[in-house]
Design a protein around this ligand. Structure first.
Ligand code: GAL
Length: 679
């Protein structure tokens, strides 16, 4: 009996302690047990138990087996529903970026309130303990922001991150931004309608090539009344060719006719010093093919521009980026060979056997063609650059028949500082605000600008030195048509957002012939040689295209043109949105009002109207009545048109009206306000 009692109590003890152990271990939920794939971050993909580069997490020499490796700007949302007691982690920047200058801040947000922050951390700082009480918290956000010096090399770890749970693991991570694509752009009507630029600039004596474009049922017949002498139009294609020898402005009436009727539009040709009077529109190989570009891929992209119908919406340039030249380091025989001939002329690599033939091919489709180089000895990809051979190169481009040059910076910093030229990226963060070094930074662009000008054809000159030395202040003086304002874009929300937020400072310098360039579009199948659908959510893509249109930015598609899906085509063929970008006044839209995460951008238009973008940068939808019209520079009676939906939505009296704004998280409403009566 005694032994039975003993046995019973031992069993119950065992059961109890087993339960206790089970219960206490069930109460710990490691962050890496959750699905982390919904995290958004500035670079790479979210990693479990590894750094963003896939290595063992190490902070100030201490290694960690578990945790979440990510990259600023990073955000992970976890639904706790009040089932967590606490969260703890050791946070810090990973040693794998030693030698760089990353800086980041870890922030924990619970139900919209900041619960904890690490302060700015640098590489080499010991891991900081983050311990946060979560009782009652329903929604938790683990955020890592950039520490104020750009989010480069911000490889950050939530090491040993875990929850104390009240009732086991019921936690769910999720991305609060909707992920189902939806199409807003209506199909073009059968009746003819002109699209694309309403003005075109050419220099006297340069070959003229401009294709007038329209939508509508085919066949379409084009005509141009009052076309100046020296030019002719192909009635079938709308292509205007020829040459003007005298400076002057010519007002032409365009006509497009099909079985359904006829459309008319005024078109202004300015023969003078300025070209690219509206932001260039086209495609560039980099975001899609990177180092794998070839003449064949360029031809296919050009064919797809025609086949997809994009050509009918004003898309024009087919630009070859880096890797048409021979390469210094590549083991691939296609990219190996002499860099220049004995006369100093650049030699193309084996993938580009006939540059002139390629340019002719693209021109024959009614499109234009561009290419890329760098003022240093090497391009960013380690191909032959133009240093010392600028004149030869400008002449080669013209001889081949190119219309556009993207001119980078890589390895020129080394030239300035007399450094060995083997590291193209070295000192690429140089930024001179004045003095002799500023002149040195301008010099290579001045030189190439002058040589391009001296060619007997118009070549759009696009500077790609990431906005250093306030390029927008001197880009025009070196005959730049466009200049990058920021570093390279990637298909992440963090990248698009940080680039978008950096545009306003250069806005006053945008004008016909001079465009601030926030880099290429990251919609469709992108991937820098590693193709995948853009990681931007549908609303983020609408916001991206809307903002780039509002910025009067060059619009260069970066995706695989042969894999355009309906959603991407809907983004790229909305003529009312494109019209905002191509507006002849050439003003860049700026943010005039901020309400929480809602930023309201305004772009003045040639017809007196205003394009207004209600842009939601936050993770919650905006739902509000808006009446602050005066802040946006609007006074009087207006009609309001929704440009994505191509629909009139209301009229506004700025003294009395309110409009309802429902803007999805990371999304946009893009409206045009047209004045019908002033006060
Ligand atoms: C970068 C440039 C990219 C691409 C690349 C080619 O500097 O920003 O857009 O052109 O070089 O190597």
């Amino acid at each position: 009996m005694k032994s039975l009692k003993y046995l019973m109590s031992s069993i119950s003890l065992v059961v109890l302690s087993f339960l206790a152990i089970a219960q206490s271990s069930a109460q710990i939920v490691w962050l890496d047990e959750l699905d982390l794939s919904s995290a958004t971050q500035g670079y790479g993909t979210p990693r479990k138990n590894k750094t963003v580069d896939g290595k063992t997490m190490t902070i100030a020499g201490k290694t960690f087996e578990r945790g979440f490796g990510t990259h600023a700007t990073s955000q992970l949302t976890i639904i706790l529903n009040g089932n967590a007691k606490s969260f703890s982690a050791m946070v810090g920047i990973d040693d794998e970026v030693k030698g760089q200058k990353p800086a980041a801040e870890f922030v924990v947000i619970g139900d919209g309130k900041r619960l904890w922050s690490s302060g700015i951390m640098q590489v080499g700082d010991e891991a900081k303990l983050c311990k946060v009480n979560l009782v009652g918290i329903k929604r938790l956000e683990l955020v890592v922001t950039d520490g104020g010096n750009g989010d480069y090399y911000d490889h950050v770890n939530w090491a040993g991150a875990k929850f104390e749970a009240i009732r086991g693991n019921t936690f769910k991570t999720y991305n609060p931004i909707a992920s189902t694509p939806y199409i807003l752009t209506p199909k073009p009507a059968a009746f003819p309608k002109f699209t694309g630029a309403k003005v075109f600039g050419v220099r006297p004596g340069s070959p003229f090539q401009h294709r007038v474009t329209a939508t509508g049922e085919r066949p379409l017949n084009f005509a141009a009344v009052n076309l100046p002498k020296g030019l002719k139009m192909d009635a079938k294609t709308g292509l205007i060719t020829g040459m003007l020898t005298q400076k002057g402005t010519y007002l032409v009436t365009l006509k497009a006719k099909n079985a359904k009727g006829m459309a008319e539009r005024k078109f202004k040709i300015t023969c003078g010093d300025r070209i690219a009077l509206t932001p260039p529109m086209g495609w560039n190989s980099w975001n899609c093919f990177a180092h794998e570009v070839s003449a064949d891929k360029i031809k296919r992209a050009a064919d797809a521009m025609v086949k997809s119908g994009l050509i009918n919406h004003g898309w024009t340039y087919i630009n070859i980026d880096d890797f048409w030249q021979n390469n210094r380091d590549s083991k691939n025989p296609d990219l190996q060979g002499k860099f220049r001939d004995d006369a100093g002329n650049i030699i193309t690599n084996k993938r580009f056997p006939d540059m002139k033939g390629l340019a002719d091919y693209v021109h024959n489709l009614g499109l234009k063609i561009g290419l890329y180089s760098s003022p240093g000895p090497w391009t960013c990809g380690g191909c032959a650059g133009s240093y010392g051979y600028e004149k030869n190169d400008a002449e080669s481009y013209a001889k081949w028949g190119f219309d556009y040059l993207k001119y980078d910076w890589c390895s020129y910093g080394n030239v300035i500082d007399g450094l060995p030229d083997h590291d193209p990226y070295k000192v690429s963060s140089l930024s001179y605000k004045g003095g002799e070094k500023l002149n040195t930074a301008i010099k290579p662009f001045q030189m190439m600008g002058d040589y391009l000008r001296a060619q007997p054809r118009d070549i759009v000159f696009s500077l790609c030195q990431y906005g250093m030395s306030d390029v927008w202040k001197w880009g025009d003086a070196v005959y730049g048509s466009a200049w990058r304002t920021t570093n390279d874009i990637t298909d992440t929300w963090a990248s698009v957002k940080s680039i978008a937020l950096a545009q306003d400072q250069a806005a006053p310098y945008a004008k016909p012939g001079n465009w601030n360039d926030p880099d290429m579009l990251v919609v469709g199948q992108v991937g820098w040689g590693n193709p995948h659908p853009s990681k931007l959510k549908p609303d983020e893509q609408y916001l991206h295209i809307s903002l780039w249109s509002m910025f009067a930015a060059p619009l260069l598609i970066g995706c695989d043109m042969e894999k355009l899906d309906d959603f991407t085509l809907n983004l790229l063929t909305n003529d009312e949105v494109i019209e905002i970008n191509q507006d002849p006044l050439g003003k860049q839209g700026v943010c005039l009002q901020t309400i929480g995460d809602l930023r309201i951008y305004v772009k003045a238009l040639e017809d007196g109207g205003k394009a207004i973008g209600f842009c939601n940068f936050g993770t919650e939808p905006v739902d509000m009545n808006y009446a602050d019209f005066v802040k946006l520079g609007l006074k009087g009676h207006f009609t309001v048109r929704d440009l994505w939906r191509q629909k009139q939505i209301s009229t506004v009296d700025t003294k009395t009206s309110k409009i309802k704004l429902k803007v999805p998280a990371h999304g946009v409403l893009l409206y045009k306000f047209s004045n019908t009566q002033r006060y």
